[in-house]
Design a binder for this molecule. Structure first.
Ligand code: 3EB
Length: 343
């Protein structure tokens, strides 16, 4: 087990997954493009989020494994499978689209998923959402007169508001990506009993303050969230793209978009290091998930990331549509850092 209580993240292959020790696993997400199996738990109730986004490198299956250094307890709250410690909860919910409701089917599914998440956090008493991963089938398509990402934003907004949760400021770090057209909505998340601090990017307008041209309900997420635990700091960097101010830059230019995205991540690291006592995060220490719209762009992106992060960095490449049609790449990251007792 890793240091007791401290979060730890690994990306492992199927073989490593099958050989792994499970005692301190909090939750798992798997990315393989295979038809989603119905089960959302594995090995004695470990929640497994099955996401339909093809893996672009040699391995065909990637397992994202979150560990916590102690033995968590498993549970199920309605449709949410979860595992938790005294401090933290990992949960996942898989929600097929719901036709026949007042709103379009994806919007109804998002309402349902977020209601379930809020109900779980309320029932188990983990008030602080730290990090949320959202995978929406066909994210860029328009249906029922609205782009599906906007339907998602409206529903997320509506449920957070109905639960008395903030819509700006203290909102979780997040990613929202496209998944295979016929897959369900998959949302997984980390929540805690201790409030994190949130970090915004000085180069970007906060997403919750995006102007109306991007949708009536702005996306409720922070650029990064920083969790302080005894002896460790964890930085969750949201999905980050080639956006400066609120505009997409370098339309059609994958090299320039990748460069701008890395500049945004570096700006977030500086901001975290500047504001959080004891923080000293570097690009090379991050574990990254890279979402690539067009598989043919992979070599260009990979060459740039190898240069910026080093060849041994923990980086996973997935094919996924990005929430804006003009964006070709998005990168999310997590950093873990031990902390001296005095900090
Ligand atoms: C952006 O910066 C790119 O809606 O939860 C990134 C991370 C993006 C999270 C979300 C959207 C979300 O606006 C898109």
């Amino acid at each position: 087990m890793h240091a007791s209580g401290a979060l730890h993240l690994d990306y492992v292959s199927l073989a490593e997954y099958q050989a792994a020790q499970w005692a301190d696993v909090l939750g798992v997400a798997t990315f393989n493009g295979a038809p989603p199996a119905s089960a959302t738990t594995d090995r004695g109730g470990i929640p497994v989020a099955r996401v339909s986004t093809p893996v672009l490198t040699d391995a065909t299956h990637v397992y994202e494994v979150w560990r916590c250094g102690e033995a968590p307890e498993s549970g199920q709250h309605d449709r949410v499978s979860y595992r938790c410690t005294g401090e933290m909860l990992f949960g996942c919910v898989t929600q097929p689209e719901l036709p026949g409701g007042e709103h379009p089917p994806l919007q109804e599914a998002t309402l349902e998923a977020y209601r379930q998440i809020c109900a779980t956090l309320n029932a188990r008493n983990y008030p602080h959402l730290l990090r949320v991963w959202n995978y929406l089938p066909d994210i860029n398509r328009k249906s029922h007169g609205a782009e599906r990402y906007r339907q998602f934003n409206s529903a997320r907004h509506q449920v957070l508001r109905a639960n008395g949760r903030p819509l700006s400021g203290c909102v979780p770090a997040a990613s929202a990506l496209g998944a295979a057209a016929d897959s369900p909505l998959v949302v997984y998340f980390l929540a805690g009993r201790t409030a994190p601090t949130f970090v915004e990017n000085p180069r970007q307008v906060s997403a919750y303050h995006y102007p109306r041209q991007y949708g009536r309900h702005s996306p409720a997420f922070s650029r990064a969230a920083l969790l302080r635990q005894p002896g460790s700091l964890t930085l969750f960097i949201s999905g980050t793209a080639s956006i400066v101010g609120h505009r997409s830059l370098h339309v059609g230019d994958i090299a320039a978009q990748t460069h701008e995205t890395l500049a945004n991540i570096e700006a977030l690291l500086s901001e975290a290091n500047r504001t959080a006592p004891g923080a000293d995060f570097t690009l090379r220490s991050l574990a990254c998930k890279v979402y690539v719209r067009r598989p043919a762009d992979l070599p260009v992106i990979q060459a740039q990331l190898n240069r910026a992060l080093g060849e041994d960095a923990r980086v996973v490449y997935l094919q996924a549509d990005i929430c804006r049609q003009d964006l070709l790449v998005e990168i999310e990251a997590a950093g873990m850092q031990p902390l001296a007792a005095a900090a």
